[in-house]
Ligand binder design. Structure first.
Ligand code: FES
Length: 148
């Protein structure tokens, strides 16, 4: 075998990850025990009675708010009885996802209509996990997230 031929026993050459691979590797909505929770906002400070309204009508109420946590702009969304946290800046050209239309487990960007699954950040046309998602929980009136 000449020096220019790859040796099959060598490990695969390292390469930079594509953005979709990075997003898949680094972002998940599953909570992690080793990460702290950060306050996104207090529901009572957003709107008096909001926590009770969402709890009373989990199947029909939706809510979305853009919020800054650390250095991340997040779209924090309540839909079909669950909370979701997603990068608030659309991967396409930076549209504000918290202002998007929310239906059927997805948010649709208000600028050009790219649609993302709330739980995974997967763009529904390309099926790539383009939008980062984060663990989120409700702790009393507090909405908390983990930054990965
Ligand atoms: S900026 Fe979101 S679809 Fe274009």
């Amino acid at each position: 075998m000449s020096d220019s031929q790859p040796n099959p026993s060598d490990p695969k050459p390292k390469r930079d990850l594509y953005p979709n691979e990075l997003a898949e590797q680094n972002h998940s909505s599953q909570p992690r025990a080793d990460l702290p929770w950060h306050l996104a906002f207090d529901l009572e400070e957003v709107e008096t009675g909001l926590a009770e309204r969402l709890a009373a009508n989990p199947d029909t109420e939706s809510f979305a708010r853009e919020t800054l946590v650390g250095d991340r702009i997040l779209a924090v969304i309540f839909h079909a009885g669950r909370w979701y946290a997603m990068d608030g800046i659309c991967t396409h050209q930076g549209g504000p996802l918290a202002e998007g239309h929310i239906a059927d487990g997805c948010v649709t960007c208000p600028w050009h209509g790219w649609q993302y699954e709330l739980d995974t950040g997967t763009q529904t046309t390309s099926r790539q996990p383009l939008q980062a998602v984060f663990p989120i929980r409700q702790n009393g009136n507090l909405i908390e997230v983990q930054l990965l």
